[in-house]
Design a protein around this ligand. Structure first.
Ligand SMILES: [Zn+2]
Length: 80
């Protein structure tokens, strides 16, 4: 499934994990839980093309404000 068997950054061991990614657009963000290959040494995350595509489509929806399918879980605040 993955083109890598070792981390392309540091050649460390990689392991499939369920990770949370935050996709930002402007002041909005969507949290998504996806599978990624994570380097045990440097923490580099590698995604399959399907996951990348999914994250891209979420970003596009967020940019267009098509957020009906997303569940609101909280709000972002900014401190000075
Ligand atoms: Zn690495």
């Amino acid at each position: 499934m993955m083109p890598f068997s070792k981390c392309p950054v540091c050649s460390g061991e990689i392991m499939e994990k369920q990770v949370e990614e935050i996709i930002y657009s402007g002041n909005n963000a969507v949290i998504i839980s996806v599978k990624a290959e994570v380097c045990l040494k440097c923490g580099e995350r590698l995604y399959s093309p399907e996951v990348i595509q999914k994250m891209e489509s979420i970003k596009v929806k967020l940019e267009k404000n098509e957020i009906d399918e997303f569940k609101k879980i909280g709000q972002f605040y900014k401190a000075a």
